[in-house]
Write a protein that binds this ligand. Structure first.
Ligand SMILES: *Cc1c(COP(=O)(O)O)cnc(C)c1O
Length: 395
């Protein structure tokens, strides 16, 4: 017997739920790609992305690619073969970015964080001070690691780079955090930021975004890895067509326009607060479930847990049973563990177009599954989530 009917629930950290308004904005005929309407959409999206990245004078670029494409675009626009990058490991995704760099002939050094902890600003500063020859050309880090569920302290890392006096470019992946938590490109000294459409930005997969500030644009002038398709200079060309180095992704742009409108309508600060509250509710439930020992947080330090995704440790065979059960019996699709966490964890996304009933519903389905499958867990996780939200939202 199942209680599965109606709408499927994506509780994955990407792709996330796409609002109806965004889907509707894409439901229309194609338009002239040289016409005023589409050119205006491009211009307004490029401008508004600056507002989301929080950069006044940085340049923004839109790629018809997923996040991996934008990773490659970021690398090829500022680096040359033989350059060295320092990857700040804190889970899976910064390592993945480094793996994109290696085949390009970039030397990759990994600075490892303590297991299940954020990148240490002190360790970064120390490593940069030791690089007196300035061999490190760029530092690659994620704000949120979607696999481990950790959130790195980007302003503290920026301050560490500044204190070291090192000139490496500070390149930050905000794919799982932009629009969902504070990010201040200018104030935090970030030179290149990389984002994707299908996480906090509530869009279908298929677009990714880069913002680049002065130091990155200066490095771009001499970068040896530039290729025509990704090249920022080519994309600064006069013709609208060149902004995409070919046919613009017409429908995706109409969708993006709508999703940005929705984000500004809510207000960035309100969206951040909503994510914080829904993450807090999720953590309240997981904290309660953890009391019986079978489940636990992957990230032990509460302050280091992401406001967009929660990673929960649970071993096989219970893990597989729970994931199958939530999908087959309740239409809830949870995130699986990635990399070394494969077979040892699952993930709950609270990212993008989510509200209280969606999060509470997801938590309720999981708790029902824990009960139905006799997986030992502390009772009352959903109640704890409700108490948390109730106390935070008291009139
Ligand atoms: C999802 C994700 C990526 C990869 O993006 P794709 O669109 O799947 O290529 C990179 N970094 C982070 C932090 C992510 O969450």
């Amino acid at each position: 017997m199942t209680v599965s009917r109606g709408r499927d629930f994506l509780a994955l950290p990407g792709p996330t739920t796409v609002p109806h308004e965004v889907l509707q904005a894409m439901q229309r005929p194609a338009v002239d790609i040289y016409g005023e309407e589409l050119t205006a959409v491009t211009d307004s999206c490029l401008d508004d992305l600056r507002r989301v990245f929080r950069t006044e004078r940085g340049r923004t670029y839109i790629y018809i690619a997923n996040g991996h494409g934008a990773w490659e675009a970021a690398l090829t626009n500022v680096l040359s073969r033989g350059d060295k990058v320092l990857v700040l490991e804190s889970g899976r995704f910064a390592i993945g970015w480094g793996e994109m760099a290696e085949p390009l002939g970039i030397e990759v050094e990994v600075l490892e964080a303590e297991p299940r902890r954020t990148v240490s600003p002190e360790a970064l500063e120390q490593r940069l001070r030791a690089d007196s020859a300035g061999e490190i050309k760029a530092i690659l880090v994620v704000q949120v690691d979607t696999a481990s569920g950790i959130v790195n302290d980007i302003p503290a890392l920026g301050a560490a780079i500044e204190a070291s006096g090192h000139g490496a470019l500070f390149m930050v992946d905000v794919i799982a955090s932009l629009g969902s938590m504070p990010f201040e490109m200018d104030d935090w000294g970030v030179d290149v930021a990389v984002a994707g459409a299908q996480k906090g930005l509530m869009m279908t997969p298929g677009l990714s975004f880069i913002a680049a500030r002065e130091a990155a644009l200066a490095a771009h002038a001499n970068a040896g890895l530039r290729t025509r398709y990704w090249d920022w200079t080519v994309r600064e060309g006069e013709l609208h067509y060149m902004k995409y180095c070919g046919t613009p992704p017409v429908h995706l742009l109409f969708g993006l326009r709508k999703s940005l409108d929705m984000l500004f309508e809510e207000g960035l600060e309100n969206a951040f607060r909503r994510h914080e509250l829904l993450a807090g509710a999720t953590q309240a439930a997981v904290g309660r479930w953890s009391e019986a020992g079978a489940l636990s947080f992957n990230i032990p330090e509460p302050a280091e847990r992401s406001p967009t995704v929660t990673t929960i440790l649970l071993d096989e065979p219970q893990l597989g049973r729970l994931l199958d059960w939530s999908w087959e019996v309740c239409n809830v699709s949870l995130g699986i563990g990635l990399g070394p966490l494969g077979g040892h964890a699952f993930r709950i996304a609270h990212m993008g177009h989510v509200n209280a009933p969606m999060t509470l519903g997801t938590l309720g389905a999981i708790e029902t599954g824990l009960a139905a499958l006799d997986i030992p867990h502390g009772k009352g996780g959903v109640s704890a989530a409700i108490d948390y939200l109730g106390s935070r939202l008291k009139a």
